[in-house]
Design a protein around this ligand. Structure first.
Ligand SMILES: Cc1cc2nc3c(=O)[nH]c(=O)nc-3n(C[C@H](O)[C@H](O)[C@H](O)COP(=O)(O)OP(=O)(O)OC[C@H]3O[C@@H](n4cnc5c(N)ncnc54)[C@H](O)[C@@H]3O)c2cc1C
Length: 474
């Protein structure tokens, strides 16, 4: 055992310090692309233990990788250099009592998102962030990546839902910013600095989160549409008709539906006819008096008259509503079960979504004819998971993955969008950021990183290249 491992083991005890091979479940990322065995996994039980771990590692010059649920899709929560400590927040999962008058709750960073949803149910309150990995993703990781999900266009991303934070800084100092108010303009918006920092500026240990009243009614529909241009036009119509009640506006396409139905036999397609594009629409209200079903039915009728919608069904029960959502949420799983895939997490202004998909298809087929394209995602905020499977019958992408990724990223950037919409940069997108973000922007990020973490031990090689590997900024 190294001196650092012995010191950490002495501070954390048997439950709090794991050495190889017990570290194996923490070692690889969700997509199994990154990760080697770490020196060990620290599992502190509270903020002071986190601070002590950070101080020990800092003194020893040992790198630290914070880890939540390890569902991140850019390889940011695992070790890639020998003698790194993974700091797992999994034992810090306490969920406080919600404050209904203020609409807030204090939670530890290791709380699992789905557990928070469950804990709030009896109180008639919601934390309105939902994503496919919510059974594993933890609050600290969601803050670290500034997660978005399917309701972000109505309620905001993680940074809009965090009121206060407690963070252990790279030198082991604890910053207590656990305020519970939205309005706090006493200086820089420090809490936002840590949202999306991917563990490179410190370790989030606790957070005060913003809550909303639970909807008392919902109206949900699954629609088939003739093309993406119709989906964009119908989205605009829905925003106008349903206003603030529109809480879900998700899209997927027939190629993705086909994969989901092929690999997940308990899924069934509920409409009479298939279409090239589908929309999942949900309206929600805290008031039982708003006629949501009528608003949705009349928007649907209008959409059909204008030939924007070819077929559609309103969910008649909670079970049917859940099934409609599964058809959308199982899109990644269907594609994963098909085999090798390329994932791109793009955003464009919602009005340009159809143009992006058309131009993206031309680019992809130009680089690799026959590549199977499966765009799905969040129409409400223009976030497209532009995922690809190899041409039918072929095992991979003929070494073209990088070229495709760069071309799609440049297309999104040129349209005023982003090549890293909600999953962050992690390790997998740093080169893209170097190519596509201005020298001024990269320099600003590097200066922030170096000011807060001068020794560069906090999640090195994530979000930014390590200091010695960075290009010189002009
Ligand atoms: C099936 C599936 C569906 C998904 N859908 C979505 C989606 O719709 N929207 C979306 O945004 N993402 C989605 N994701 C990605 C992923 O769930 C999110 O990025 C999530 O926020 C990661 O949380 P985590 O706890 O697993 O974090 P991890 O993967 O453990 O960590 C992610 C990053 O945050 C850092 N970090 C972890 N904990 C802390 C902490 N306490 N303090 C500081 N930094 C920390 C890590 O070092 C790492 O850089 C999906 C993933 C999967 C597998």
């Amino acid at each position: 055992m190294t001196d650092t491992a012995a010191a950490l083991s002495a501070v954390l005890g048997a439950k709090g310090w794991l050495s190889p091979p017990d570290t194996t479940p923490y070692a690889r990322d969700w997509l199994d692309r990154y990760g080697i065995e770490p020196l060990g996994v620290a599992r502190p039980a509270g903020t002071q233990e986190v601070a002590e771990v950070v101080r020990i590692c800092q003194r020893a010059g040992v790198a630290i990788v914070p880890q939540g649920g390890n569902t991140g899709l850019c390889g940011g929560a695992v070790a890639v250099m020998p003698d790194t400590v993974i700091l797992s927040l999994s034992r810090m999962a306490a969920i406080g009592e919600p404050d209904p008058d203020s609409g807030s709750i204090l939670v530890e960073a290791g709380a699992v998102l789905a557990s928070l949803h469950e804990a709030l149910e009896p109180h008639g309150l919601i934390f309105p962030l939902h994503l496919g990995a919510e059974g594993s993703a933890r609050i600290g990781g969601l803050i670290g990546t500034n997660a978005g999900g399917s309701h972000a266009f109505r309620y905001g991303m993680m940074q809009d839902l965090v009121l206060g934070l407690e963070v252990v800084l790279p030198d082991g100092t604890v910053w207590n910013g656990l305020r519970a108010v939205q309005k706090d303009n006493a200086g820089y918006q420090l809490r936002k600095l840590f949202c999306g920092a991917e563990g490179t500026l410190g370790i989030v240990t606790r957070a005060v989160l913003k809550l909303h009243p639970a909807p008392r009614q919902r109206a949900t529909a699954l629609l088939a549409l003739p093309d993406f241009a119709a989906a964009v036009a119908f989205g605009t119509e829905l925003r106008r008709e349903a206003g603030e009640f529109l809480s879900g506006l998700e899209f997927f396409c027939d190629a993705g539906l086909e994969l989901a139905l092929k690999h997940l036999p308990d899924l069934a397609f509920p409409l009479g006819a298939r279409g090239p594009v589908y929309l999942l629409v949900e309206l929600a209200s805290g008031s039982p008096r708003i006629p949501l079903d009528d608003i949705l039915s009349s928007a649907l009728e209008h959409g059909m008259e204008q030939e924007l919608v070819t077929d559609g069904a309103l969910a008649m029960s909670d079970a049917q509503r859940a099934h409609f959502w599964r058809l959308r949420e199982e899109q990644p799983e269907g594609q994963r079960l098909e085999g090798e895939q390329l994932k791109h997490d793009i955003s464009v202004p919602p009005g340009k979504l159809a143009a992006f998909i058309t131009a993206g298809q031309e680019i992809c087929h130009g680089i690799l004819p026959g590549v199977r394209i499966n765009p799905f995602g969040h129409l409400g905020d223009g976030n497209i998971h532009y995922n690809l499977s190899p041409p039918e019958g072929r095992p991979g992408f003929d070494g073209k993955a990088g070229e495709i990724g760069r071309a799609l990223a440049a297309l999104a950037t040129g349209m005023g969008g982003s090549f890293a919409a909600e999953h962050g940069l992690g390790r997998s997108k740093i080169a893209l950021a170097d190519d596509l973000r201005s020298a001024v922007e990269r320099d600003l990020m590097a200066r922030l990183k170096d000011a807060l973490d001068p020794s560069g031990l906090m999640n090195p090689g994530v979000l930014l290249k390590a200091k010695e590997e960075r290009k010189t900024f002009e």
